[in-house]
Design a protein around this ligand. Structure first.
Ligand code: URA
Length: 455
């Protein structure tokens, strides 16, 4: 087989065979194919797309390019459940759903990533808790899954190495926003990480990779089809990411908001998403709920799942599981029991509204980029970040405001940087004269859950 032939085949709209994709992936991992050829092929895929069969074959080849975890012998439940978000602003859902689902008796083993550009990352958030360790050996990962039932670790280079190499090239060649490449990138890591049941949270809107509902739907359908084809139980939720999720954007600020939510006090949209994702994980992973779903239908089983989620929160079991998980990974639980003790930025600057009206949009991407400008996120991989900084929104879409009301608080390392970012954040807000009506036809602010996609 010849790489040039494969590039031209895809350039001209041809369909790869499984063997051709296997050849490409092996060549990437062995270093046998130069970067310029891989980049040319990725660009051909970007323009020509892939069939579902090609995307599945590419995913399986990438998943098998490194270690494939088998965690069944250390699971506390019959199935290991996982969730994945396609990336967004203010998305701290793993911090809440992991403990809730584990408190309900399922095993949650998760590899997570770091933030890049406007999109945050779970590992950066958790590392804001003093002492918490993201780097776990395979043995530590397995031990914690057995003992605590919940583990979140940084993705190792041994997991889906083909994706890591390909992603690094896509990142610098304008080929990240390709549906089949995104789907195979995400699903290869999920398959390699050993989960039997996966809930995908596909974000849609200004703060997401997929800006339109149609694109998000296609990505969700493709990932569900890939996962099901690989023998996993998969459900996708398409969720709104037009404005930031919750009120807090910035690593430690988001940890605080996640803790509030585990105590039942989080912002309404974040509580809604947390409960929906956790309920879907239970529906996929809990044998009794699966039986109920078969006998009584989805809605009845989903009601029971949501009730179990709320009970885990109201009883304190979910927060207790979070504290146990933090301590198991070296974190000082005192900081989560009393989040006021978490490190805080030295400057908190209130941004006041300069007019009366109704907030009609808060551009999630601009808020995410503002947090990067404050030092809370990365422009490029490996950049150092300050986990204390960020933004807490006082006014979200729909809020009625008067001149002088607080729009948000900017948490910064010093006053000049806070003032510099303030004008950018002000521009992220759009106002209307009249109250805002809820639109269900786009990635709007409400409802939070736009669609549910299953096989
Ligand atoms: N997240 C991933 O893991 N891969 C992509 O290609 C895009 C988002």
């Amino acid at each position: 087989m010849n790489v040039v032939d494969l590039i031209t085949k895809k350039r001209d709209g041809g369909e790869h065979t499984d063997a051709e994709l296997q050849f490409l992936i092996e060549g990437i991992v062995k270093g046998a194919i130069p970067d310029y050829q891989i980049a040319a092929w990725a660009m051909a895929v970007y323009f020509q797309g892939m069939t579902a069969a090609e995307s599945t074959a590419l995913t399986l080849a990438m998943a098998a390019s490194g270690e494939m975890l088998d965690l069944r012998d250390v699971a506390r439940s019959e199935l290991i459940v996982d969730k994945h978000s396609s990336g967004g602003v203010g998305d701290k859902t793993t911090l809440t759903v992991g403990p809730i689902v584990a408190a309900c008796g399922l095993s949650v083993g998760k590899m997570s990533g770091r933030g890049l550009s406007f999109s945050g990352g779970t590992i950066d958030k958790l590392e804001g808790i003093p002492g918490w360790q993201a780097q776990l050996s395979a043995e530590q990962f397995r031990h914690q899954l057995r003992v605590v039932g919940l583990v979140v670790a940084a993705q190792t280079t041994r997991l889906a190495p083909a994706d890591q190499l390909l992603y690094a090239l896509r990142d610098v060649t304008g080929t990240v926003p390709s549906l089949p490449l995104i789907a195979s990138s995400i699903m290869s890591k999920k398959l390699a990480a050993g989960a039997d049941a996966i809930v995908l949270d596909v974000k849609c809107g200004r703060g997401a990779f997929m800006e339109s509902l149609q694109q998000a739907r296609e990505l969700a359908q493709l990932m569900v089809s890939i996962g099901s084809g690989a023998g996993r139980r998969v459900t996708a939720l398409i969720t709104a990411m037009e404005q930031p999720l919750g009120r807090a954007v910035g690593n430690i600020l988001e940890v605080r908001e996640a803790i509030d939510t585990l105590h039942g006090n989080g912002p309404q949209d974040f509580q809604e998403l947390t409960q929906a994702v956790a309920a879907e994980m239970l529906l996929l992973g809990d044998p009794q709920l699966r039986k109920k779903r078969e006998s009584a239908g989805y809605e009845v089983a989903a009601d029971t799942a949501r009730l179990r989620v709320r009970t885990a929160i109201d009883s304190g079991a979910a927060f207790a599981k979070f504290a146990e998980f933090v301590a198991a990974q070296g974190g000082h639980a005192a900081f989560v029991i009393d989040p006021e003790r978490l490190p805080a930025a030295p400057v908190a600057l209130d941004l006041a509204a300069e007019r009366d009206g109704f907030v009609s949009a808060v551009d999630a991407r601009e808020i995410g980029l503002s947090v990067v400008a404050l030092g809370g996120g990365r422009q490029k991989k490996g950049d150092a970040i300050d986990r204390r900084v960020g933004v807490v929104l006082a006014a979200k879409v729909g809020a009625q405001i008067q001149t002088g009301d607080s729009l948000c608080t900017i948490h910064a390392t010093d006053t000049p940087v806070a003032q510099f970012v303030a004008s950018r954040i002000r521009d992220a807000y759009t106002f209307a004269e009249e109250p805002i009506s809820v639109s269900e036809s786009s990635c709007s602010f409400s409802p939070v859950i736009l669609e549910r996609v299953t096989r």
